[in-house]
Design a protein. Sequence first.
Length: 463
Amino acid sequence: MAQNEHDLVIIGAGPGGYVAAIRGAQLGFNAACVEKEPLLGGTCLRVGCIPSKALLESTELYVEAKGKLGEHGIRVGSVEVDLQSLLRRKEKVVSTLTKGIDGLFKKHKITRYVGHGRIDGPGKVMVEQTDAAIELRAKHILIATGSKSSNLPGVAIDGNRIGTSTEALAYPAVPEHLVIIGAGYIGLELGSVWRRLGSKVTVLEYLNRILPGMDSEIATEAQKIFEKQGFRFRLGAKVTAARVEGDQCIVECEGSERVACDRVLVAVGRAPNTDRLGLESVNIQLDSKGRIPVDEYFATPVPGIYAIGDVIRGPMLAHKAEEEGIACVEYLATGFGHVDYNSIPGVVYTEPEIASVGRTEEQLKEEKVEFKKGVFPFLANGRARALHKTEGRVKVLADAKTDRVLGVHILGPRAGDLIAEAAVAMAFGASSEDLARASHAHPTLAEAIKEAALGVAGQAIHF
Ligand code: NAD
């Protein structure tokens, strides 16, 4: 095979793209990955999931040291945050992980091209660099370019005082008053970080609830907990403008409400990244939401061109992109691949965490599916008591006739880890009785899932 000629050229080295490259190489493809950033890992690793989790862990430790350790009878002296060290630790976590992907690429002999990838007709990708361009030939082209922060009309993002999650991962000082537009994943996670460090945090949310898409009973309970932590929510607030005025930021909502603050975080969703991708060179038309249309095999209407992750339909989640990347190259190499969209969990890494898989109560009602519900509060779980983390509950929803688990929703300690059990159970088509009869180690947080599953048949033992 000539130089610059590959079986598989992937554009984008986020969790979708780099995982697809590794799987492709495992399956015998001569794989290459084009990435414009010097670091591999995409938004998730560089300026998303990973750095936000690093900050969430550090700031929660601060909250614990400041107050919660006292509840365990541990007295500590004065506790202070060194923000610069905290931010440096986050950078170190990121750089260690990105170097890990470099290592994996070398191990799997994946060719890496640094530059902007643009399709230039069927089977051709140009890698545009500052002063040169490299032409690649590819049997299969996989677009995995992810997404970028959306903005609102009238909101003047300046990449400093009014910014997105990228800026909010690295504010040089703790804002006095941070206004967050949007009570979704990003708003609540990064709001938690700065609230814990002392900012006054006001969240302006267009809808009359937080976390649209999550089970509403769980979201309502979570909102109460966040309010106790000091979050202020203004629901039903449609932001129409935000700008810097002198040394303040002014945010305007529909009606006449104006909020003054010193920083604004715009967290109103993300949009597919299709800028300068050269889609016109192969005549790929985006759908009404700006996404690349694909079939069940991730094939675009153009032979040899595929797309996965945030640029196509479905939730914008790193692990969804990973599954799609793997399935796509498996289809290409073997003719078989699979993504179970019913069992993809979603997690909000607040304290407590919120995790969900499958259908919510509202969705089941809307779809007129008869279901039974089992609920178990962490207050009645021994391990949660020992941890002193008793807020929240587990909710299991099962089909009223077949008992098949249709959805599991958790608000509580380590919900993001606990949800894996429910996702596996759902992937195997488990019934609530299957979950309830499986032995769960005692005392563990996971027993709350078993108890909620028992609760579906009215048989919870400890509640
Ligand atoms: P989101 O879609 O989760 O929430 C955006 C919120 O902004 C919604 O509640 C929406 O109603 C609100 N909004 C929209 N217009 C508004 C307006 N004019 N005024 C006030 N509020 C308005 O989006 P996000 O939090 O920006 O996250 C973006 C994506 O990134 C999501 O798809 C999410 O799945 C992903 N993400 C995931 C995680 C995770 O898995 N833990 C973390 C961060 C981001």
